[in-house]
Structures are given as structure tokens and as C-alpha cells.
Design a binder for this molecule. Structure first.
Ligand code: FE
Ligand code: FE
Length: 279
């Protein structure tokens, strides 16, 4: 079986409500209702240290790139910068996949093996909403029937455990680098706000949405979850779509000169995500 097919088979077999709840307990700072949850950090690291932890990780869900993820991160950021988008969005381009360093803290039961070359079905790949029927718009919809929740009457209906219009932020998604980076960076942003940082030095909600939803193609690309949207979600969806052009079309081709670009991005990091973040 090809690497990408294998990835999505395992992802569909393993990403269930029960699994996502377990990962939220292990990795996330917030409950799905947004209330903070006490959690001990796995480690305190600056952004550059998190990139070092990510190392030579190459994404097994990505058919377009055989290069280390850090090059894709710089390509995405540089695309956003060249298009004239604001500083915070350039930084989101840089860090949008940084959550993949989570594999460092994983175990085989989590779907990570603590290596950059092991299973990655809990890290990357297009996501979907768990707790309701898997959409036909999911990539490899032929694997949907492999998902144990699709045989569970609590989770296999159109609405599943949710209510119409309850808001995208209140749903649970197949767990991976999107949710993890969102939670780590939201936590740090909240801390900065509490410490009195000015609004223009904080990553806005649109930026946090780009982190959290960029892999949820069934929502932003196929309109599969519009029934759950609340006021304000349309604006966030537009932000994610604006971001995704750069995520998709900046892979491979020209390899970025990472050391030459680093000082520019370190300045953005010092402004929006300074110091050590709790991972
Ligand atoms: Fe990603
Ligand atoms: Fe990406």
C-alpha cells in the first residue's frame, strides 16, 4: 500500500470520539467548551527550540513533498509575506505545522512512536469532525466505513452529539498538529494578554482559526459542516481559506534558505510569541 493510503486507513480506523477525548486530556490546555484545564507542560520551549524538536520530520500524509517540514513552513510564510499579508499571518504561516513536534511526547497507543519516521496518523492529514457522521467530502471517503464510530448510533448520524448552529469552536476534530498548535499558541497568547500585551502584538482570532482548522477540508473546502456554524464562524472560515492557498501551493519547488530567513522571522516571534511556550 502507498504511504498516503496507509496513513488515511490508519487515521480513519483510529480517530474516534474516545481517542480524541484521550488526546485532549493528554495534550490540550482547554476543554472543548473553552474553559481552561490544568495540565502540566510536557516541556517549555521557544519557537526555535520547537523547530529543532521537529527536526527532519517529513509528512507521510502529504503526497507533494519529500522535504523536511521546516522548509514547507518557511515556504508558506514567505508566500504570505510576498502577497503582502500582515506580520501575524506571516508568523502563522511559519508555525502552522509546528504542532507536529508533538510526536516527541507520544507513545505507540497515541499513534506516535517518538520518532519522526513512525506512524503519523495522529499528527497530520485532513481532519474531520468526530462525534457525527463522516462526510463524503472527507479525503478517501471509501475508508469512512473503517471508522468504529460509524457503527455507533451515538456518533453516526448527521447531528451526532451536536446541535445545529452550536459553533465550530465547540466541536471535536480528528486530533493532530492543528489542534495541538492551536492550544499551545492560544494559551501563550492568553498569557500575554493577561500580562498586558497590546492588541497589535497578539495573534488575532483569525490567526488562531488558521492554526486549528487548516486541515479540516470537509468544512472549509466542501461545506460539509455548515449546519454547525454560529455567527462569526463565516469570518473565520474565510480566514482559513485565505491561509490555505499558501499552505497548498508552496510545497516542493524552490527550497528556502532557512538560515538566511531566520532573523526576519525571529523578530516576528519576539513580538507575537516571545519566550518559552508551554508545550
Ligand atoms: Fe498542517
Ligand atoms: Fe502545512
Amino acid at each position: 500500500m502507498q504511504v498516503v493510503e496507509r496513513h488515511y486507513t490508519m487515521m480513519r480506523q483510529n480517530q474516534t470520539v474516545e481517542y480524541v477525548r484521550r488526546m485532549h486530556d493528554k495534550f490540550c490546555w482547554f476543554n472543548t467548551d473553552g474553559s481552561p484545564k490544568p495540565r502540566k507542560a510536557h516541556g517549555m520551549m521557544e519557537i526555535y527550540e520547537a523547530f529543532e524538536a521537529l527536526g527532519d520530520y517529513v509528512d507521510s500524509s502529504d503526497p507533494d513533498s519529500a522535504f523536511p517540514n521546516i522548509e514547507h513552513s518557511f515556504q508558506t510564510a514567505e508566500g504570505i509575506r510576498a502577497a503582502g499579508y500582515p506580520d501575524w499571518m506571516q508568523l502563522i504561516g511559519l508555525v502552522h505545522d509546528i504542532g507536529k513536534m508533538m510526536f516527541k511526547y507520544g507513545t505507540p497507543e497515541d499513534g506516535h512512536e517518538g520518532t519522526a519516521t513512525g506512524c503519523q496518523w495522529a499528527l497530520g492529514g485532513d481532519t474531520w469532525v468526530v462525534g457525527c457522521k463522516l462526510p463524503d467530502g472527507a479525503c478517501f471517503p471509501e475508508f469512512n466505513k473503517l471508522n468504529p464510530d460509524m457503527a455507533d448510533p451515538r456518533y453516526n448520524t448527521e447531528m451526532g452529539i451536536y446541535k445545529k448552529g452550536q459553533g465550530m469552536a465547540t466541536l471535536m476534530y480528528a486530533f493532530g498538529h492543528d489542534e495541538y498548535a492551536y492550544q499551545v499558541i492560544k494559551n501563550h497568547t492568553d498569557k500575554m494578554r493577561a500580562a498586558g500585551a497590546k492588541g497589535e502584538d497578539l495573534i488575532p482570532d483569525e490567526g488562531l482559526a488558521m492554526l486549528r482548522y487548516h486541515s479540516c477540508y470537509p468544512w472549509h473546502n466542501k461545506g460539509d459542516y455548515d449546519r454547525f456554524m454560529a455567527p462569526g464562524d463565516e469570518k473565520l472560515k474565510e480566514a482559513v481559506l485565505k491561509f490555505n492557498r499558501f499552505d497548498l501551493y508552496t510545497k516542493a519547488d524552490v527550497r528556502p534558505d532557512v538560515p538566511a530567513l531566520w532573523p526576519y522571522y525571529q523578530k516576528l516571534i519576539d513580538r507575537f510569541l516571545p519566550g518559552k511556550l508551554a508545550w
